[in-house]
Design a protein around this ligand. Sequence first.
Ligand code: GUN
Length: 288
Amino acid sequence: MTARLIDGKAIAARIREQLAGEVAEFHQSTQIVPKLAAVLVGADPASQVYVRNKEQACAKIGMASDVHRLPESTTQAELLDLVGQLNADPLVHGILVQLPLPKHIHETTILDSVTPLKDVDCFHPENVGLMVQGRPRFLPCTPHGVQVLLAESGAEVDGAHVVVLGRSEIVGKPVAMMLVQKGETANATVTICHSRTKNLAEIVRSADILIAAIGKAEFVTPDMLKPGVVVIDVGINRVNDRLVGDVQFEGVREIASAITPVPGGVGPMTIAMLLKNTLTAARIAAAN
Ligand code: GUN
């Protein structure tokens, strides 16, 4: 069996097209142009590409965006001050502080300083709490992208055993919470595996759906998988100038029933969900 490809690029394009229509309608009825403010500190090459992609994606669907590019030497106080200004700016609806931040800046302090109503990454504890309780204000971008890919792939999530590889705050933990909830493309039995998990290979082999988000290039090999598994690869690893996922794609596609490619799988979905959250934030602002 060769797995079906889950085409994140095409699915994200369709979502962006739909959002463009919603942005135009929203503008017509409120005169408001939804605006994202992105903050990039330092010169991390990958972060520069991600932020540029986000900026271009906003423009393409009729949203405004500002990118605040700050030097590596920016102090925590200066960054807090900028976030405070963006929190107070009525023309800014969504705020995104690109991670990672330089080592001398305490990440949690900065992320907690973003007002929850503009927290389009869904990193603020208030928004994480609302999401975990099943009454989300925003959904976290990459986990939501994964969920939509599962829905589009036709995979049966209800009652399935989903194994999540990785327990990060950005992907592993929130995606597990979303898929275990009551709801559509949810109701799964979820196991989270991480670096301290015993019998990891055995657990992974029992997965109906595998979500790989550990940041280790080609960690998941075909011998670890049950035939017919649906594989969502969240990894983006650079190996000799080549981008590879956390899954050994060529081998695994021969055993899985469906798989996301890297690039062109989860990546474009993250940006589409960020745009969706920015529109949600603008709607919240308009209603207040
Ligand atoms: N760096 C890597 N992924 C992300 C993300 O989803 N949001 C932000 N703000 N930074 C990131």
